[in-house]
Design a protein around this ligand. Structure first.
Ligand SMILES: *[C@@H]1O[C@H](CO)[C@@H](O)[C@H](O)[C@H]1NC(C)=O
Ligand SMILES: *[C@@H]1O[C@H](CO)[C@@H](O)[C@H](O)[C@H]1NC(C)=O
Ligand SMILES: *[C@@H]1O[C@H](CO)[C@@H](O)[C@H](O)[C@H]1NC(C)=O
Ligand SMILES: *[C@@H]1O[C@H](CO)[C@@H](O)[C@H](O)[C@H]1NC(C)=O
Length: 588
């Protein structure tokens, strides 16, 4: 018995642990990190993000970062251009109608994947042009895709894949520009799996390979911790990306310290491998002096892992941070840092892999940068630009709510309006809640219209009643003893009355007598007087007399004939015969 309880308790606590750890996974990250495996660094100024990397309390991205979850490096940040535009602050803007193009000289040569412009005033961002510059010569993008996350923001994606060191954007909106961000990709090496050939230890601290992808780019080995191998043969460090990414830039942070230790990195080699582990890029440092930060750029390549070696097989390898810039390589319907989000574009268009943005707008009923935000309450349709009908019933916060796709009112229509969208009044012949009631068939039709018409709210007939009907909605027949148009006629006095006093003697529409006419009356409504009643009776009486007299006189004649015959032949029976005749006569 005791053991059963133990087992039950154990499995219960296991279940609880499992449940809570699953539940807490995404919010369990150390402060300043987010993502399904806490692999993304919060790039907000206050270093506090929500689970999606969004800055809280109207905080904004740290200088030098922009875009979804502030994960994109901004190559334009603090470059020598108009300061309000490159200061990383969306609230500082230019307002100068003479400005119709902005060009930015970058700090080096880069592969530019996209650019975001943000203006202070909606309505100006059109006819945008994007040119890329290489050492002073400019070229147009052969294909320019422009996405509109909102009214004042545009994301421009240029198909130019070569190295550029300047860009220029032209268009009316440049007069009101607040920010121009040039994407240098996002760091896809952060918190990825790493290995190194050996691990250096000092004062019981192990300088393991993961310190090179911990998001800390400071270069003090002892304070900020860096990856550091022991002295062994061909020291080597490797990062394996969780999934192949499209990469075009590496930034390697050397340690600081005396020239002897910093120079250990001089002449290093870097090799990149594709998803099948084939080498696709090899670089050897040939710079004459030791650098604090090395930047290596190549055209877009699909990369699965990157290795770094020292130049000499006797020098230890120290890497304070290795940043690998690029982006996801999602299939056409997906986007996001891990290609985990589905595009939601109008007509199932493919979306912009960086943001989920759509060229032709969001799927019906959705809005927002990535088109995954359902229209706010009270709005629906393409770009959420329609308001729910003003005849939708309001919710308890006085908002008229409807389905974000169709505009069907969630709480039904106000009295007299046609479900499901409540955009119009009840159709012909209908009224009431949900237009579910029919106007009385006795409502008169308007001229030139065959439908009987009544008030959409209460069913009152708008053109009066057909003959024989009464009341505001013409739903009752005329009062007893009345009939016809507006019930203004009385039943004929010639109609035979009903046995029940409440029953009308005539039909409420036609006035036809229901129980026939009185004597001397005729016609459908017994309106015709045939002859006075007394004359008729006299006629009947006199006819009776004439008939009776004729019969009697004929009988007398026959009697006399018979009597004459008897007198001649049988005088003895005459008396009794005479008696029987007289009794017959008295019967008559
Ligand atoms: C840029 O042009 C200068 C001369 O105008 C030349 O020396 C330099 O090599 C060029 N750089 C590139 C990357 O083409
Ligand atoms: C870029 O396009 C614009 C307008 O289409 C044109 O005026 C300009 O000459 C082009 N520039 C280059 C370098 O091709
Ligand atoms: C992106 O992924 C697709 C499909 O996996 C692959 O064919 C393509 O080569 C990849 N792109 C790059 C630049 O590696
Ligand atoms: C409005 O209704 C919702 C759910 O129908 C409820 O949660 C909320 O408390 C209500 N608000 C008010 C102010 O009644």
């Amino acid at each position: 018995m005791h053991q059963i309880w133990m087992v039950a308790l154990l499995s219960w606590s296991l279940l609880v642990c499992w449940g809570t750890s699953r539940h807490q996974r995404s919010s369990d990250c150390k402060s300043g990190w987010f993502g399904s495996t806490c692999q993304f660094k919060c790039r907000c100024r206050l270093k506090v993000c929500d689970n999606e990397g969004l800055c809280l309390n109207s905080d904004r991205c740290l200088g030098g970062w922009f875009g979804p979850a502030c994960q994109y490096a901004d190559l334009a940040y603090e470059t020598a251009a108009l300061k309000p535009v490159t200061d990383g602050d969306d609230t500082t803007c230019i307002s100068d109608t003479s400005v119709n193009s902005i060009s930015i000289q970058l700090r080096g040569y880069y592969i530019i994947s996209w650019v975001r412009v943000f203006v202070s005033t909606p309505g100006y961002l059109h006819n945008l042009r994007f040119t890329v510059g290489h050492n002073g010569t400019y070229g147009n993008c052969t294909q320019l895709s422009i996405y509109a996350p909102d009214e004042t923001t545009r994301d421009l994606e240029c198909d130019f894949k070569g190295l550029v060191n300047s860009i220029a954007i032209a268009g009316v909106g440049m007069s009101y520009l607040c920010s121009l961000h040039v994407s240098g990709g996002r760091n896809v090496a952060l918190k990825q799996k790493t290995e190194q050939s050996s691990v250096y230890s000092e004062n019981s601290i192990s300088y393991t390979s993961d310190f090179a992808v911990d998001g800390n780019t400071d270069r003090n080995l002892y304070e900020d911790l860096c990856a550091h191998t022991d002295i062994n043969v061909w020291p080597q460090w490797v990062v394996k990306l969780s999934s192949p990414k499209i990469v075009n830039r590496y930034v390697i942070h050397n340690r600081d310290g005396n020239p002897e230790v910093t120079a250990r990195l001089k002449g290093f080699r870097l090799a990149s491998y594709d998803q099948l582990n084939r080498p696709v890029f090899i670089y050897t440092d040939v710079q004459p002096t030791t650098q604090q930060i090395y930047t290596i750029v190549h055209a877009d390549l699909g990369i699965g892992s990157v290795e770094i070696f020292t130049a000499s097989k006797q020098l230890p390898l120290t890497l304070c941070e290795v940043e690998i810039y690029g982006d996801s390589n999602c299939t056409s319907e997906y986007y996001g840092f891990e290609c985990q989000k589905k595009c939601n574009c109008y007509f199932q268009d493919t979306c912009f892999v960086r943001t989920g943005g759509c060229l032709k707008g969001c799927a019906t009923g959705y809005m927002g940068e990535d088109c995954n935000t359902i229209c706010p309450l009270g709005r629906f349709g393409n770009d959420c630009k329609f308001s729910c009908s003003q005849y939708c019933v309001q919710n308890n916060q006085s908002i008229r709510t409807c389905k974000h796709l169709t505009g069907d009112c969630l709480r039904g229509c106000q009295l007299g309006y046609q479900p499901p969208t409540c955009m119009s009044a009840c159709g012909p012949g209908k009224f009431g809640t949900g237009c579910s009631k029919h106007c009385s068939p006795a409502c008169r039709s308007p001229p030139g219209n065959k439908n009987n018409t009544c008030d959409v709210l209460n069913g009152t007939c708008l053109y009066g009643c057909d003959a024989g009907y009464d009341g505001p909605s013409c739903s009752t027949s005329c009062q007893p003893n009345h009939y016809g148009d507006k019930c203004k006629f009385f039943c004929s006095r010639g109609c035979v009355p009903s046995n029940h006093s409440s029953e009308s003697p005539c039909h409420h529409v036609t006035g036809e007598c229901r129980f026939g006419c009185d004597y001397g009356r005729n016609g459908t409504r017994c309106e015709l007087v045939v002859r006075p009643t007394t004359e008729k009776q006299n006629l009947a009486l006199s006819t009776k007399y004439i008939v009776t007299a004729s019969i009697l006189s004929m009988a007398c004649v026959m009697l006399m004939l018979v009597a004459a015959m008897f007198c001649v032949q049988r005088p003895s029976t005459l008396k009794s015969f005479e008696e029987s005749i007289s009794s017959d006569l008295s019967k008559e």
